[in-house]
Design a protein around this ligand. Structure first.
Ligand SMILES: Cc1cc2nc3c(=O)[nH]c(=O)nc-3n(C[C@H](O)[C@H](O)[C@H](O)COP(=O)(O)OP(=O)(O)OC[C@H]3O[C@@H](n4cnc5c(N)ncnc54)[C@H](O)[C@@H]3O)c2cc1C
Length: 460
């Protein structure tokens, strides 16, 4: 995602991936509303939709089964379930079509930075030179470790086994057992995953060695312990294990090296937010890093990446901590869960929680101003189409109902739409390339100040 964002601004990008082949773990991830909006903003959604399954947006906070609140303010008010390898492939294709280079089987092992750039060393001894390096290398990030950036938080308390395999009993028998056990065990499921294969999830507690890959016997043992039968599971497609460690990088940037995605933050998968958070980091960072490389970035623009995204990740970590507690089978936690379930009957409570999980409630701190300042705009109807259709090129956009404003010397970075839509109840709005509201007003001088703040000096 970041590579494609950088390519929008003609920045040369090389993606180094240590694995020679894409992963075969068919984990279904959920793309939440804000990520779907970002895909629509870049013209990617149509490509992604046929590969996923649209599900209702509700029932994601701690898996409390409440429908979504009424009148959600988005054209994309659903969850898209999609296999992670598929979304990764689609994003890679998109980046490559835009001109990014991807080199597989190339692991970063060391780097050194100076005033002009970063020298990166690969596992085969090759050295590469780049102006900036972004570590998007996952939870065990080599880049983060080499940078010496601390990763404080809590270690894993529970481990979970997850895999895909065939079963030896009829589907009805499995459905009945899952329903019976589901009430008392939150971390347990067998779900059909297509072609006679089931996705199986069980707690790892007490089985095998944490450092070794899980075995089928581990799964059988846990299924018998919980459900009284191992359902005759056999023929695994893949087996994996994940923990609920919660950690946040202390810094997202040291000089010319930055961190994004799981390299910057990890948390339990409850609520399905990790990949979404990473995609959103990428869209926040892409245009800023591009501005820096192209030479028009205002002094502190690149630092706003950490200022904006670090608190967002901290809030996601917190909501996953809360959700994890609510999944406990302890009587106290269960009582809190019942109470919250009652409270979610209030539309505002339900909405608040959903806006957290789906990231449409984010408001960046751009200083004093109306509530809309710092928030995203939904995909409003505008003349000749939809707002997000105007953001495909990753440029700024002035929506101008006054029809007397101009983007003047910034027209190479910022588009201008006069008389955009009656749905906007303010005179004019300046949108950043990530779709967040950077300014609201009707005064040209004030606008020029904000254009300078976000887009640097005018070209003429
Ligand atoms: C069971 C489970 C369910 C989940 N469900 C959801 C969900 O529903 N929704 C959601 O949003 N998220 C979900 N997640 C989280 C999601 O999978 C991660 O947040 C996401 O994969 C992070 O993406 P990333 O690109 O930052 O890191 P990764 O996916 O870890 O990718 C990092 C890449 O960097 C490569 N790499 C590592 N080191 C190097 C190196 N030194 N040099 C070169 N390359 C390197 C790796 O090979 C890897 O390909 C789930 C996670 C789990 C475990």
């Amino acid at each position: 995602m970041l590579a494609a964002e950088l390519r929008l601004h003609n920045v040369r990008v090389l993606v180094l991936e240590k694995e020679t082949e894409p992963t075969s773990f068919i984990r279904i991830v959920g793309l939440h509303i804000r990520s779907l909006e970002l895909m629509a903003m870049r013209g990617l959604l149509e490509r992604i939709l046929p590969h996923g399954r649209q599900r209702p947006a509700g029932a994601y906070f701690a898996a409390i089964p409440k429908p979504a609140p009424t009148g959600l303010d988005s054209r994309y008010a659903y969850l898209l379930g999609i296999p992670q390898p598929v979304i990764e492939r689609l994003l890679e294709e998109h980046a490559v079509e835009r001109g990014a280079q991807v080199r597989r089987g190339r692991a970063v092992t060391a780097f050194a930075q100076d005033d002009e750039g970063v020298t990166v060393e690969l596992s085969d001894g090759e050295h590469l030179r780049t102006r900036y390096l972004v570590g998007c290398d996952g939870a065990r990030s080599t880049v983060r470790k080499l940078l010496g950036v601390a990763f404080p938080g809590e270690p894993a308390r529970t481990e979970t086994l997850m895999g895909a395999m065939e079963v030896g009993v009829p589907p009805e028998e499995i459905a009945a057992a899952v329903t019976a056990v589901g009430d008392t065990h939150q971390r347990f499921w067998l779900r059909p995953a297509g072609a006679g294969v089931y996705s199986v999830l069980v707690p790892a507690a007490g089985v095998s060695d944490r450092s070794a890959p899980p075995t089928m016997e581990d799964f059988r043992q846990q299924l018998r312990a919980i459900a009284g039968t191992d359902f005759g599971v056999h023929s695994p497609r893949w087996l994996s294990r994940f923990g609920d460690a919660t950690r946040l990088a202390e810094r997202y940037r040291v000089g010319r090296v930055l961190l994004a995605g799981d390299a910057a933050h990890i948390h339990p998968p409850i609520g399905g937010q990790g990949l979404n958070l990473g995609v959103q980091d990428a869209v926040n960072l892409g245009w800023k890093l591009a501005a820096q490389v192209r030479g028009w970035a205002p002094e502190s623009l690149l630092d706003t990446y950490q200022a904006e995204r670090h608190p967002v990740a901290a809030a996601v970590l917190d909501n996953t901590r809360a959700q994890t507690e609510l999944l406990s089978t302890e009587p106290g936690a269960q009582a809190v869960r019942r109470l919250l379930t009652e409270l979610m009957d209030f539309d505002e409570v339900n909405r608040h929680l959903l806006e957290k999980i789906t990231a449409i409630g984010i408001r960046y701190d751009f200083g004093e101003g109306p509530d809309l300042l710092g928030r995203r705009l939904p995909d409003l109807d505008v003349k000749h189409g939809h707002l997000y259709g105007l953001l495909h090129r990753g440029r700024g956009l002035l929506l101008d109902r006054t029809e007397r404003l101009t983007v003047g010397g910034w027209s190479d970075r910022v588009d201008h739409l006069a008389d955009p839509t009656a749905a906007l109840d303010v005179p004019a709005v300046l949108l950043r390339p990530d779709g967040h509201v950077a300014w609201i007003g009707d005064d040209q001088q004030d606008l020029d100040g904000h254009l300078t703040r976000w887009f640097g000096r005018p070209a003429h």
